[in-house]
Design a binder for this molecule. Structure first.
Ligand code: 13P
Ligand code: SF4
Length: 303
């Protein structure tokens, strides 16, 4: 049944000149119909480059919006429209304007996990894999960083000559990972290396042997000679690592580390979206014109 559906999706993709982009927090079976699988940066680079007519985004709302802004002439479909991001919802247009008014003349760096409206008020966009590079490239003494307080302060701790003023947003999934979880998994697996996403709380990140984006974590684990890893991010990363590296052991730091938004899309939703060309994502033209500038700057710095 699943195989038949996979074949139907792959045929539809060919007929309609469509591509499927999948974030590595998706259900692992989605990879069987995906043309690109990776982290937010990789997927936005793929969205900017593709010559497909339709992009089906197996990810969350802000990712599909970003793809639309980078490829405005393409049809971008989000299989389940309710796939949002709780962190992105923590800041809106008015709140970023108020923050800028309180901190005038400071460059604004906006994590890609934010709405197009919020991006339209930012100078630079970044993802978890290039946040350090983007903030260093600005060359300013101070930057405002929205919405993720943990990614922002992690960047600030690495770059001693830049003051990073953070907003109070966070990811509830990564916030739910505690120091206690890490210590317990480490006691059960004393030889394991701890790999953490920078959206985790500071105290968790401090216990990590490696900190990086979802694909950064996967690359580190694949290239390391170590055999056991405690994965301090969403379960999708563990599922892919177990599939790709059967000779290694991957331990999910906490069973709570599941992003329900990322898990909405099933193969059937991808098929339905593509067949009916439904759940199209559009961005207001004026907002898009402004917001795309900070995304283009990020892509230029990340080349
Ligand atoms: P990545 O930048 O690692 O893809 O992370 C995106 C995300 O939403 C993490 O919660
Ligand atoms: Fe948003 Fe957190 Fe889900 Fe990432 S894991 S999409 S930051 S809610």
């Amino acid at each position: 049944m699943t195989q038949a559906l996979i074949e139907k999706i792959n045929k539809l993709k060919k007929d309609k000149n469509a591509v499927v982009l999948a974030h590595c927090y998706q259900h692992a079976e989605i990879d069987k119909v995906a043309d690109f699988v990776g982290d937010s940066l990789y997927l936005s680079q793929a969205a900017a480059k593709t010559d497909a007519d339709i992009i089906v985004f197996a990810g969350v709302f802000f990712m599909a919006e970003t793809a639309k802004m980078l490829s405005p002439d393409k049809k971008v479909l989000l299989p389940c429209k309710n796939a949002g991001c709780e962190m992105a919802d923590m800041i809106n247009l008015q709140q970023i304007r108020e923050l800028k008014a309180k901190n005038p003349n400071i460059p604004v760096v906006c994590y890609v996990n934010s709405s197009a409206e919020v991006k339209s008020e930012a100078d630079y966009c970044c993802t978890s894999s290039n946040a350090l590079k983007v903030v260093s490239a600005i060359g300013a003494k101070k930057v405002l960083f929205v919405p993720d307080r943990y990614l922002g302060s992690w960047v600030g701790n690495q770059l001693k000559d830049v003051e990073v003023i953070t907003y109070n947003g966070f990811c509830p999934v990564h916030f739910g990972i505690s120091v206690k979880d890490v210590i317990a998994r480490k006691q059960e697996n004393p030889d394991a290396l701890v790999l953490a996403h920078p959206e985790c709380q500071k105290e968790v990140v401090e216990l990590a042997d490696y900190v990086g984006s979802t694909t950064g974590i996967m690359k580190f684990a694949k290239e390391s000679d170590n055999k056991t890893f405690i994965i301090s991010t969403e379960i999708g990363v563990v599922e892919r690592l177990e599939r790709d590296c059967p000779d290694k052991k991957f331990v999910l730091v906490s069973q709570q580390a599941v992003c329900k938004n990322m898990k909405y899309h099933k193969l059937q939703d991808i098929y339905d979206a593509l067949l009916n060309e439904q759940n199209e994502i559009n961005v207001d033209e004026n907002i898009s014109k402004k917001a795309v500038k900070c995304i283009d700057r990020m892509l230029e710095i990340s080349k």
